[in-house]
Ligand binder design. Structure first.
Ligand code: CMC
Length: 418
């Protein structure tokens, strides 16, 4: 932390804003005392310039396409670690020893068995309900099936939520297909998930592919869903409620829901004859609401390092599984055209994590409506790392200010006089 500051005059008062410098040299003006010192607040729609917190979890440099979890490069982790190792790392701050990892996995797997009677809650939801709505409703309802202080920051509460999410998503995959739910196999977090979702043990290529995708989705600093989890949790809502907030925020098509939209867009282009130029033109047309889904990012303005890894992985998975998917060809052509087009170049629009992930999920056998639940399965560890950090630091309740632009005080008019 630096001792530098910015000083200026505001309404005749001398205001001093300390400058905060992060470990990767990111700089911020600390406005914590601004309102009490000056009466002013700051305005920043969409929080494009606002740091809601400082955090030791994830470092992201959008200009250079850098993503680190707890100081480890995302490619290093995706190439060498397993999902549960990365989940432990993001929550506890260090890579686990073999013993710690074994205990961590056993604890997660324990909670992939739902409390007695809870299956009926999931089954009561209409199977045609969107999987993200099913997931949010089921996870929130699950809080009623566990005793103890669910708002307390404990390893056990965290394991409850990660384990539960695994089985809830597997059950949703079965529910939308009108299939019976399956018991836990106890055979590894990702393998168990796939076995329960599809009713057969997956081969190692499939397990590895999903493992990698989950790692790439684990955390992404203060995005829409993570900020939501932090802000809901800051009110001391219980851990199930806080994560449910993250799930519904993730569902939106501009955030995690983009992965479903991308595949549906690629399918639509295929059905339309595969003319990528036509869709590029539509995306550029300001009178057309169509956006090239899977392109652009609030923070990455060069490339999304996760997209590069996924693109390679989707090639491998389709090759190994012997699948010749035309949507992958369309995706590559779309990317090629967009990256040479002035509209996309000038706005720094590059493929994001969601552009290729759906192609892999589809190859694994998931329908597009399930894609965002898989994003949630990876992201829940990041949400919980942020929830734990926020609570451990005793951060105050999240409560933004506003500048009021409505009517000035006026008198109530009785209904017969209006
Ligand atoms: N297709 C066409 N034009 C686009 C796109 C796109 N996908 N994304 C941004 N633009 C244009 C936008 O119209 C605007 O143009 P102009 O300056 O002429 O008005 C300019 O680029 C800046 O866009 P913005 O919406 O102001 O940028 P933002 O930082 O607020 O939004 C975004 C970022 C991700 C919401 C946006 O790029 C988008 O809607 N992308 C498609 C949805 C998507 O793929 N979302 C997944 C994000 S990655 C996964 C995750 O972390 O959630």
């Amino acid at each position: 932390m630096s001792q530098e500051s910015l000083s200026f005059q505001l309404d005749g008062k001398n205001i001093k804003l300390p400058i905060v410098v992060g470990t990767e040299n990111e700089k911020a003006l600390d406005i914590t005392q601004l309102r009490s010192d000056s009466g002013y607040i700051t305005l920043d729609s969409g929080y494009k310039n606002t740091g809601a917190t400082s955090s030791a979890i994830t470092f992201l440099n959008g200009e250079q396409g850098i993503l680190h979890y707890r100081g480890y490069d995302i490619a290093d982790l995706a190439n060498n670690a397993t999902f549960t190792e990365v989940s432990y790392l993001i929550i506890h701050g260090e890579l686990p020893s073999a013993e710690q990892l074994k205990a961590y996995e056993a604890n997660l797997l324990q909670y992939t068995q739902l409390p007695a009677g809870f299956e009926n809650v999931q089954k009561a939801i209409q199977p045609s309900t969107h999987p993200m709505a099913q997931l949010a409703s089921a996870l929130c309802a699950l809080s009623g099936y566990y005793d103890g202080d669910l708002a307390a920051v404990t390893d056990d509460n965290i394991a409850k939520v990660i384990g539960s999410l695994q089985v809830l998503v597997a059950n949703i995959q079965r529910h939308i297909n009108h299939q019976e739910f399956l018991p836990s196999t106890g055979k590894g977090f990702v393998k168990d998930f796939l076995t329960r979702a599809f009713g057969e043990e997956p081969n190692d290529i499939i397990v590895d592919a999903l493992d990698k995708l989950l790692i790439l989705h684990v955390d992404h600093e203060q995005n829409c869903s993570t900020s939501t989890v932090r802000i809901v949790g800051s009110s001391k809502a219980n851990i199930f409620a806080s994560v449910t907030g993250g799930i519904v925020a993730l569902w939106g098509p501009l955030h995690g829901g983009a992965n479903q939209q991308v595949l549906e867009m690629l399918e639509a282009i295929k059905a339309d004859g595969g003319n990528t130029d036509k869709f590029i033109e539509k995306a550029k047309d300001k009178d057309d609401p169509f956006r090239l889904m899977g392109f652009g990012h609030r923070v990455y303005k060069n490339f999304d390092p996760r997209a590069k890894i996924i693109k390679r992985a989707s090639d491998n998975v389709l090759n190994h599984l012997g699948i010749n998917d035309k949507t992958l060809e369309i995706a590559k052509r779309l990317e090629e055209v967009a990256l040479t087009d002035e509209y996309f170049i000038s706005r720094n629009l590059y493929p994001n994590v969601d552009f290729y992930s759906g192609i892999i999920y589809k190859a694994l056998g998931f329908p597009s409506s399930m894609f965002t639940t898989l994003f949630a399965l990876g992201r829940v560890s990041g949400w919980l790392a942020n929830w734990k950090e926020m609570r451990d630091r005793k951060e105050p309740i999240g409560r933004p200010r506003q500048v009021y632009t409505g009517e000035k005080l006026r008198k109530y008019v009785p209904i017969n006089e209006r």
